[in-house]
Design a protein around this ligand. Structure first.
Ligand SMILES: [Fe+2]
Length: 221
């Protein structure tokens, strides 16, 4: 446990954003934008060998055309030692927390890894996770048919993409961000952050893996 006024000051630093310009408007004089508030979404990649290992297992479980979710067994997620899914993910989670809060995580405790297998028309309603930190990895992506422009900012938006949402509409604050799934892309985000995917029209499987983890040893709020 940190002690003394100096240590307290260091703990509080985790709430303070760096004064980093994220965008600039064209024109003179310069008009620079800062966007210091809100949750952080991190994007990275997992090695192809790991993607192949997870897909090889999932290929034996999925049923073409039938949407389903299933857990990954402990034997699979621990396979490969330092190159295992759990070790890769734990290292990324530690980097996420270090980058976001400047603190070291003692233990990353994984609650569950699971596969979501979807086909045309499968909805993923907006939801949050129970965990401190969660992630989604894309394992297969479908051919998505071009669709008409979304009628609203939530329902029908960017079919097949993952949409992260926050707080409804607030003036001068963004409300959502959408990412197009690509095989190997891995997103880490706070478990409380709302997200979902609208059903797509097209062929093939949209396969993703998600995880939930709790953190031990991170600086308390
Ligand atoms: Fe989710």
């Amino acid at each position: 446990m940190a002690e003394g006024p100096y240590a307290k000051e260091r703990l509080l630093k985790k709430y303070e954003a760096e004064a980093r310009v994220c965008a600039s408007a064209q024109g003179d004089p310069a008009l620079d934008f800062y966007s210091p508030f809100g949750p952080m979404i991190a994007k990275t990649r997992l090695p192809e060998a790991l993607i192949r290992r997870i897909n090889a297992y999932a290929d034996g479980v999925v049923c073409a055309g039938k949407a389903m979710e299933f857990l990954l067994p402990d034997s699979l997620i621990a396979q490969g030692g330092e190159d295992s899914l759990t070790q890769h993910t734990a290292r990324l989670v530690r980097r996420y927390v270090a980058g976001m809060e400047g603190s070291q995580v003692e233990r990353v405790e994984f609650e569950v890894f699971w596969i979501v297998s979807q086909y045309a028309g499968t909805p993923s309603p907006v939801h949050f996770h129970s965990a401190d930190i969660s992630g989604v990895l894309y394992l297969k992506v479908p051919q998505i048919e071009a669709q008409e422009e979304a009628k609203s900012y939530i329902s029908g938006r960017q079919a097949g993409y993952i949409n992260f949402l926050i707080g409804g509409k607030q003036r001068f604050s963004k409300s959502l961000i959408s990412f197009k799934p690509q095989v190997g892309d891995f997103y880490l985000f706070p478990g409380w952050l709302l997200h979902g995917a609208e059903p797509f029209r097209g062929s093939g499987e949209r396969r993703s893996m998600a995880f939930n983890a709790s953190l031990a040893g991170a600086a308390p709020g």
